[in-house]
Design a protein around this ligand. Structure first.
Ligand SMILES: Nc1ncnc2c1ncn2[C@@H]1O[C@H](COP(=O)(O)OP(=O)(O)OP(=O)(O)O)[C@@H](O)[C@H]1O
Ligand SMILES: [Mg+2]
Ligand SMILES: [Zn+2]
Length: 290
């Protein structure tokens, strides 16, 4: 079909001019099926009476605004998450714990229930922790689920909040790598990332640092977080005295001021973590029919 030869710009000007001939229709009571409420809505008539628009339910309008704001926050967080993952190759949640949620943690004793509760509470109150910088120290025996719970917490604060998982030695390595003249990033940039991420999970804190320089680098990171009131989860095999020795008194003091200690003092779950193999080796376990 032939298109109208008339000027499209003039057409749209006319449409706008039409639309502007709006007339107030006054107010009327309307019912919102979503909220089950009655509200007063103001109406206008547009296009010379061919179209009517009535104001939305105020609760629906607010819901929409909140959803839009949340989507915006999540979009920014995702961009930051991808930037950090690109910047810290070594800093990824280990595959063993990706996709895990709190339900995976078997809390079959009073102590485990308590540890689980503390980490869950940390997550549910994370908006407050972002303000006050309160963190956690998960300390205790090997195989007791410390890394598991820390990684679950990290995933549970997403998509709203950004976190970074890194082993303490990898953090030190990432800082030291910037001393090389081929480094793409400055030490300050790496410090700002480790110090600035909304949640830092620092795993394997307890391996004795080789040099004072390394200990100082870790101090820099944790002191930044302390000063800016940013929460961290430290994971360690050491007890209180051992942690103090590893970190040095300055870091230890800051940490104990801002963090709650969760003690993991029970048998390792490692043998139970491979049920298929355990069952195959157990003569009493029921065998599958051939
Ligand atoms: N309460 C639990 N319920 C289910 N699985 C668990 C539980 N605790 C630990 N596991 C599993 O046991 C294995 C060891 O847990 P994890 O790696 O978290 O131990 P850890 O405390 O970090 O040990 P380490 O100090 O040696 O690093 C993992 O496969 C983990 O998923
Ligand atoms: Mg661990
Ligand atoms: Zn509504």
């Amino acid at each position: 079909m032939e298109r109208s030869p008339s000027n499209p710009a003039r057409n749209s000007t006319r449409t706008v001019a039409d639309a502007l001939q709006k007339m107030s229709l006054g107010e009327r009571e309307m019912h919102c099926d979503v909220h089950g409420t009655t509200y007063t809505s103001a109406g206008i008539s547009l296009l010379g009476g061919r179209k009517e628009i009535w104001g939305p339910c105020p609760d629906c309008a607010e819901d929409r605004e909140v959803a839009e704001r949340r989507a915006e926050v999540e979009r920014c967080a995702e961009i930051e998450r991808q930037r950090l993952h690109a910047a810290f190759g070594a800093a990824k949640i280990p595959r063993r714990y990706t996709g895990m949620s709190f339900e995976a943690f078997n809390a079959d004793s009073h102590e485990k229930v308590k540890a689980l509760d503390m980490v869950q509470k940390f997550v549910s109150d994370f908006d407050l922790r972002v303000e006050d910088g309160g963190g956690l120290i998960l300390a205790g025996r090997p195989g007791t689920g410390k890394t598991m719970l820390a990684c679950i917490a990290l995933q549970a604060i997403a998509p709203k909040h950004v976190g970074l998982y890194i082993g303490a030695l990898d953090a030190v390595r990432a800082l030291r790598a910037t001393w090389s003249k081929n480094s793409q990033r400055t030490e300050m940039e790496v410090l700002e990332d480790l110090g600035g991420v909304p949640l830092l999970v620092l795993d394997e804190v307890g391996v004795q640092f080789g040099t004072d320089a390394e200990r100082n680098q870790l101090f820099e990171v944790l002191d930044r977080r302390y000063r800016e009131q940013r929460p961290s989860i430290l994971v360690t095999n050491r007890d209180v005295a051992g942690l103090k020795e590893t970190l040095g008194e300055r870091v230890f003091d800051r940490l104990t001021e801002t963090s709650k200690m969760v003690v993991f003092d029970w048998e390792s779950h490692r043998p139970k973590a491979q049920p298929a193999r355990a069952a195959a080796n157990d003569p009493n376990s029921p065998k599958l029919a051939a």
